[in-house]
Design a protein around this ligand. Structure first.
Ligand SMILES: [Fe+2]
Length: 308
């Protein structure tokens, strides 16, 4: 049987010493993941977004990560995450005073900047009879011209030639607990994170129906930084992926696993086996500078940033 393998890696966001903030743990963890992926020698690498920590602000973070990925000599296909291009759209402010949710909405300019470095998206291609597709669902409800293009792309996806398997890559999770859950309220402290990590109705249902019509078999999402065991819904296998940078949302689910790492996927004619590969060492490096989270521009202090 002709078997081959690929890697899915997400939420890398090592940051940069040239930024207003830097955490050496994130950077060291990416170097560890990078070495482990290169040792596996996959045929290709799918990247689920948040390639950068603040690429939505700094070109130099895109430049540094593009150089890091290109030098691995593994063909890769990437979708953006919110740290690369801006957040899921909202017209309501959340409960955190230090965070301007509406100001963080994804913009066309940020999307164009991403594409300058990592190419056009959405994308869908066939490799060895496996269709791989990726797009940025956080555009749903934005009203941006790119949102209309996204819906058109999703409609077209249903009519593309069918391959043996279909693997979808998202940054945001299509749902937090199950596809029928109600929308979470951005304005409430207790539901803010769940709002932040998932896709709202009615967009979730429209995307879900498209996946079924396009014979999607596996859906990877990132953004949450906490794995869960595979969830099978209407025959589709949903994976909430680990991050390489750091863990989040670890207390949400009893079966959540905040370990850092990536997925190694072995493809046979009739199955894709998805295995978690933990980082050989999670960094405990200290040092670094700057505030975490989505802070306002006036809270970005570049005085500790290194020039190169
Ligand atoms: Fe994210």
């Amino acid at each position: 049987m002709d078997t081959w393998h690929f890697v899915h890696v997400s939420d890398i966001q090592p940051g940069s010493k040239r930024s207003f903030r830097y955490n050496p743990r994130y950077d060291e963890n990416w170097q560890t993941a990078r070495r482990q992926i290169m040792q596996l020698q996959p045929e290709l690498m799918v990247i689920g977004g948040d390639i950068t920590r603040d690429g939505s602000i700094h070109d130099f973070e895109f430049e540094e990560m593009k150089a890091s990925l290109d030098s691995m000599s593994i063909p890769y296909h990437a979708i953006p995450g919110n740290m690369d291009t801006g957040n899921k759209h909202t017209d309501k402010q959340g409960p955190k005073p230090e965070r301007d949710d509406i100001g963080l909405n994804v913009t066309s300019e940020q999307l164009r900047r991403y594409s300058r470095f990592f190419g056009e998206f959405p994308w869908s291609f066939v490799h060895r009879n496996v269709r791989f597709s990726g797009f940025y669902a956080a555009l749903a409800g934005s009203g941006l011209p790119e949102e209309e293009q996204m819906w058109q792309w999703l409609d077209d996806l249903k009519h593309l030639p069918r391959a043996r398997h279909h693997v979808m890559t998202n940054h945001y999770a299509l749902f937090i607990d199950d596809p029928d859950e109600p929308n979470f309220d951005i304005t409430k402290q207790e539901s803010y994170q769940a709002w932040y990590f998932g896709i709202n109705q009615p967009y979730r249902q429209r995307i879900f129906e498209t996946y079924k019509a396009a014979h999607v078999e596996i859906v990877f999402s990132g953004h949450i930084h906490c794995q869960r065991p595979e969830q099978i819904v209407d025959g589709m296998r949903f994976y909430k992926s680990p991050a390489t940078a750091m863990a989040q949302f670890a207390d949400r689910w009893e079966d959540g696993d905040p370990k850092l790492g990536f997925y190694h996927c072995r493809v046979t004619d009739d199955h894709i086996e998805v295995s978690f590969v933990p980082l050989k060492k999670e960094s405990t490096a200290t040092g670094g500078w700057g505030k975490g989270g989505h802070i306002k521009p006036e809270d970005r202090d570049y005085s500790l940033a290194q020039q190169s």
